[in-house]
Design a binder for this molecule. Structure first.
Ligand code: ADP
Ligand code: MG
Length: 478
């Protein structure tokens, strides 16, 4: 007697239902439609590639068992995957039941990327849009000011920047997939991620680009669980061409979300879509993230952003001033760049405070004003006087160019300037003698120690010299 495929599947479902929890059953089995039964091969239709992968990964043995029960040892299963309905081509395609859990090959000519911006009509729920508001276009969430144009290049960011640029020219097609950008806070990860997204949009207006912060991603996932539309959530992410996911470290310990992200990642990666991930740590130092997901991060390129050097810091400030059409005396810019060294966001914050202060109180922007503001601004963030800054003040004071510090000359006045710089560095920074020596003309620690002794002697014996030191001290510390 020929078995009816609907009945066979119905029987399978009855067994499956008893073996998994209700929610999972609803999510992963109710959407399946049986299609046919031929030669002991049952074909079932599933809504997406991801769906198929999920079944394979999580329910394969259950499916096998139930099917054998129904159809005997010869029973087999085939999936038919619906490509997104938004495409005119509605042909589902079929995957043979794999004998292992390895990925089945599928026909790429049918698996065309879906471009939402081209006005396709399928109503895919978009987690970025409040339900009820019908709108399909993916809002990229890109911030126009975070462009490559506004991203100053320096040694600190060269690799990450050029990798980002390459990716934007050729999304999904370079070996930088995923591109992982990591650094401490305030060094430009978010800016660079947006820049890549904007550049992709410039180069390929039809590509679907999405910037999302991991916290947002987590919340959307939680909402989808609450609202029982996890599939929609996942499907939404599966149609993205270039996914920029910021601050991945927030996924730490969120195992469910990591699972879902893992599958989205696989799906996108397999289809040569581009992933850009940022993190506050290097991949080796990331904790709380599942190793299988972590290993994916290492597939592409990990590039870090380092603390910018002085020139880059000045260039960043100048760029910002230029963009805002504001002028600021050079010495104020330098003062800021010398003093705020490890975080570009703080550097910009200080700049903004000075501008605000000056315009509110109708005061000119002067070095004095800057110093007062900086004190207020940087105090909480443990302001440190840098060796660079000390050198600058000392050289300015004696009307000498900064280069003399590193010159080989043994002229007395220059030796003295160098010794003063060493003395103040020892007194006012936490740097070791060796570090100070390295920065002051590549000298060793004994030279620095000797310099400190000499300056102390001169303070005791030479009144004029003592005056210099006192004045310099005020200038540096103020
Ligand atoms: P992160 O995400 O690493 O914490 P952000 O991308 O938010 O850092 O950067 C902090 C601020 O510094 C932003 O306003 C950004 O525009 C600015 N910034 C960072 N790097 C650069 C750069 N290379 N050129 C210009 N501005 C930068
Ligand atoms: Mg950031």
């Amino acid at each position: 007697m020929k078995k009816d495929f609907k009945q066979v599947w119905e029987n399978c479902l009855n067994i499956i239902k008893d073996n998994i929890n209700h929610q999972n059953f609803k999510t992963w089995f109710e959407p399946i439609t049986p299609i046919k039964l031929e030669d002991n091969v049952l074909t079932i239709q599933v809504p997406s590639q991801f769906f198929y992968e999920w079944l394979e990964e999580n329910y394969i043995s259950l499916l096998k068992k139930t099917l054998k029960k129904e159809l005997g040892p010869v029973g087999r299963l085939e999936y038919s995957i619906i490509m997104d309905n938004s495409y005119n081509n509605m042909n589902p395609y079929t995957i043979k039941f794999p004998t292992t859990n390895k990925k089945a090959t599928y026909n790429p000519s049918i698996a065309m990327p879906i471009d939402l911006n081209k006005g396709s009509s399928k109503d895919i729920p978009n987690p970025f849009i409040i339900p009820g508001l019908k709108k399909i276009k993916v809002q990229s969430q890109l911030n126009e000011t975070y462009s490559f144009d506004n991203f100053i290049e320096g040694d600190c960011n060269r690799l990450a920047r050029s990798a980002g640029f390459a990716v934007a020219k050729n999304p999904g097609k370079t070996s930088f997939n995923p591109l992982l950008i990591y650094s401490n806070v305030g060094l430009g990860k978010t800016h660079l991620a947006h820049a890549i997204g904007l550049e992709v949009k410039n180069n390929f207006p039809d590509k679907t680009v999405l910037y999302v912060n991991s916290e947002q991603f987590i919340n959307q996932y939680i909402d989808s669980v609450k609202n029982n539309n996890q599939n929609d959530f996942i499907h939404f992410y599966q149609i993205i061409d270039v996914l920029l996911i910021d601050d991945i470290q927030f996924l730490a310990k969120k195992e469910k979300t990591q699972d879902v992200f893992f599958h989205i990642f696989n799906h996108l990666h397999q289809k040569d879509r581009q992933l850009i991930i940022t993190s506050d740590k290097a991949p080796v130092d990331i904790t709380g993230i599942n190793t299988r997901l972590l290993s994916r991060f290492k597939w592409g390129l990990a590039a870090d952003l380092q603390v910018p050097d002085l020139e880059t810091r000045i260039a960043i400030l100048e760029k910002k001033l230029y963009k805002d059409g504001v002028e600021m005396p050079r010495d104020v810019i330098e003062y800021l760049a010398y003093n705020i060294t490890s975080n570009i966001r703080e550097l910009e914050g200080a700049l903004i405070s000075i501008l605000a202060q000056s315009s509110l109180n109708k005061k000119a922007i002067t070095l004095d004003l800057a110093k007062k503001m900086i004190d207020k601004f940087v105090k909480n963030t443990s302001r440190e006087i840098s060796i660079d800054y000390i050198q600058k003040i000392v050289c300015d004071y004696f009307g000498l160019p900064l280069e003399v510090i590193n010159s080989k000359t043994r002229k007395r006045e220059i030796v003295q300037v160098r010794q003063l710089a060493m003395y103040f560095s020892k007194k006012l920074t936490k740097s070791s003698l060796a570090t100070i020596g390295l920065h002051c003309g590549n000298k060793d620690h004994a030279t620095v120690l000797h310099a400190c002794k000499t300056v102390n002697n001169l303070i005791d014996t030479d009144k004029q010299f003592r005056n210099y030191v006192e004045e310099l001290d005020k200038k540096i510390v103020l």
